[in-house]
Design a protein around this ligand. Sequence first.
Ligand code: PLP
Length: 381
Amino acid sequence: MKYFDYAATTPPHPDVVRTISEIMETQFGNASSIHGYGERADQLLRRARAGCAAAIGVKADEIIFTSGATESNNLAIKGAALRYASRGKHIITTAAEHASVYESVLQFQQWGWDVTFLPVDSGGMVTAEQVTDVLRSDTVLVSLMHVNNETGAVHPVQEIGRQLKQKAPKVLFHVDGVQGFGKLPVAPARWQADLYSLSAHKVRGPKGTGLLYVRDGVELTPLLSGGSQEHGLRAGTENVAMIVGMAKAMRIASEAQPDFARRIQVLRDRMIDTIAVIPGLELNSTKDGAPHIVNFSYPGMKAEVALHTLEQLGCTVSTQSACSSRSAEPSRVLLAMGRDAACAAGGLRISFGDEHTEEDAAMLEQALHQMVAQLRPLERR
Ligand code: PLP
């Protein structure tokens, strides 16, 4: 069986596993304790913080460790909106965000805030002008993703940051960076992002571990009450072993990024060319997107049927995003891109990782041809 669902999660890197188990076996101290056990844990935490910061080109004290990007996105949006509510009650986002952003802003909408959901184009993107056109004097926050997790569409985050800060320097800019890190060059500080979320398990790190970059000077209302860990922004004893594992995974991923992109986009392009000529399949990704994601629809077939057929043929892919794939609803992202209901309900995602080769792509190509040949007689007409 070959796994082509790296955008959902990745197998932990062997060096990461080794590092984590070594720490779990030898360093169990609480990083807040002042005795030797605590100091050793704190030292590991400091080193990991510096390592994570270096991997994204920011300062160590701008990193807040969290339980993953879901928490980072919640903290960024809710923490900023609550802290700066006196400036106004307007949030700008896009119609194609991850559920952790989408549901967070919906909550504020229910509490009486105004949320502008920018429409995306047929490629899944918004422009900087779209963002600045809807700015208001009461706008507090702009939140959008670098790379879309379902389609691989890439937002022009640097240009958005530039135009946003030129027009409205006080409006906070949050970037959900989960699917971009390790795949494309990233530079939250250069993008003028105030807040930037990451999750370790998307880059061969451990699950349940992530971070939020909080630019110097930006304040947030914490979501968890308790101790003063993480500059008072995220109470709770830090999971030192997993955090060190994340730092290791981030270093490996950032060093390998240029090579990863060069190698993997060849497989992505090959897959796009294959899908384009298989009758009955429709592409939802382009060669301008992130190097690791290809989304396509099989409108004549239920996505689960297509997925299980591919699985029987030895290839694991995904329907929608992992967090939404058990939902019977059509993809909100594909609908936002203007796809019809059949297309949005039949969306499938292939996502590549660093271990994939030309042989793997060839196997997947063959499986796609075979899947359609097998399912053709069952297609809805
Ligand atoms: N944002 C994006 C773009 C994602 O792809 C994901 C995970 O799929 C998340 C946020 C949430 O990450 P986690 O599930 O690790 O909290």
